[in-house]
Design a protein around this ligand. Structure first.
Ligand code: CP
Length: 313
């Protein structure tokens, strides 16, 4: 595979890219976790500037990208609310914004409500564009940290049984994850979603074309005892009518009873933020090894550091 200029969608990744990125991620993580300052990578991106363009809200993705750039010796410019504090309010198009910002920075990290925003940005940008979440479409860097976490905690992705639970119609994280899973062996996916929020046909078609075993189920209790990973998502109420939200909220929840149906070595993952679909006490979240979502979010920093180095060094 040619070196990627932009990070737009998980379909563009191959094993060589993932293996090399995850190897570097582990090196960075080990060094940071060891706390032995100064770190070898602290000047790695000296003089490089990251533009952080977030038209939609974010905690994890924006902070971890910005922290990653600073930890590599780079600088960050941007706005946490581009929808309100950029010239988008005056009607400037995304294309024009990108044509301007690419002259001020060496990499653009973009989150936008449009499904094809990152593709458009990449078309107009002279510098790498990283898709930090585009509408209901893609969230490729979330998938990188998801895969890294599965690899690290369960020793690999081949052969894993993964339940995707919750809002599968609007969740870009599950879509990006489903796309990349077609590149692994003997994976099985089980979709569990409220009737009005089922996984879209384009993903199911893609899975069929790649001969990935998948099914749609309605009972959590039936599925939880035999899967390796329960990947649950929030109902994206901001992307649906009040009526649809009312129909689906609270339908699937994981509490202590459901967690205890899972195998001892299974993992509960979530892209976060989690709201009412997870009802575990903070004590259980801290002590039950199966609860992986905070470690998963932590890995976002290390993966994004490795990714920025990959694109800019
Ligand atoms: N997982 C994720 O994208 O979180 P944020 O919306 O907080 O960035």
């Amino acid at each position: 595979m040619e070196k990627l200029k932009h990070i737009i969608r998980t379909q563009d990744f191959d094993h060589e890219f993932l293996e090399s990125l995850f190897k570097r991620t582990s090196e960075i993580k080990n060094e940071l976790v060891s706390g032995k300052y100064p770190y070898s990578f602290s000047d790695s991106l000296n003089g490089r500037i990251l533009a952080s363009l977030f038209y939609e809200e974010s905690t994890r993705t924006r902070f971890s990208f910005e922290s990653a750039m600073l930890r590599l010796g780079g600088e960050v410019v941007g706005t946490e609310a581009a929808k309100l504090f950029s010239s988008a309010t005056k009607g400037e198009s995304l294309e024009d914004t990108i044509r301007i910002v690419d002259n001020y920075a060496h990499v653009i990290v973009l989150r936008h409500k449009q499904d094809d925003a990152a593709e458009i940005a990449a078309k107009y940008s002279e510098v790498p564009v990283i898709n930090a979440g585009s509408g209901k479409g893609h969230h490729p860097t979330q998938t990188l940290l998801d895969l890294y976490t599965i690899n690290e905690e369960l020793g690999g992705i081949d052969g894993k049984k993964i339940a995707m639970i919750g809002d599968l119609a609007n969740g870009r994280t599950v879509r990006s994850l489903a796309y990349i899973l077609t590149k692994f062996k003997d994976v099985e996916i089980i979709f569990i979603a409220p009737e009005n929020l089922k996984m879209k046909d384009d993903i199911k078609k893609h899975l069929r074309e790649h001969k990935i075993k998948f099914s749609e189920k309605s009972s959590l209790e039936e599925v939880l005892p035999y899967i390796d990973i329960a990947y649950i998502t929030r109902i994206q109420k901001e992307r649906m009518s009040w009526w649809n939200y009312r129909k689906s909220r609270g339908k699937y929840k994981i509490g202590e009873k459901e967690l205890n149906l899972m195998k001892k070595d299974a993992r509960l993952m979530h892209p976060l933020p989690h709201v009412e679909e997870i009802c575990l006490s903070p004590e259980i979240e801290q002590t039950d090894i199966r609860v992986a979502y905070f470690r998963q979010a932590d890995n976002g920093l290390y993966v994004r550091m490795a990714l920025l180095e990959y694109l800019l060094k």
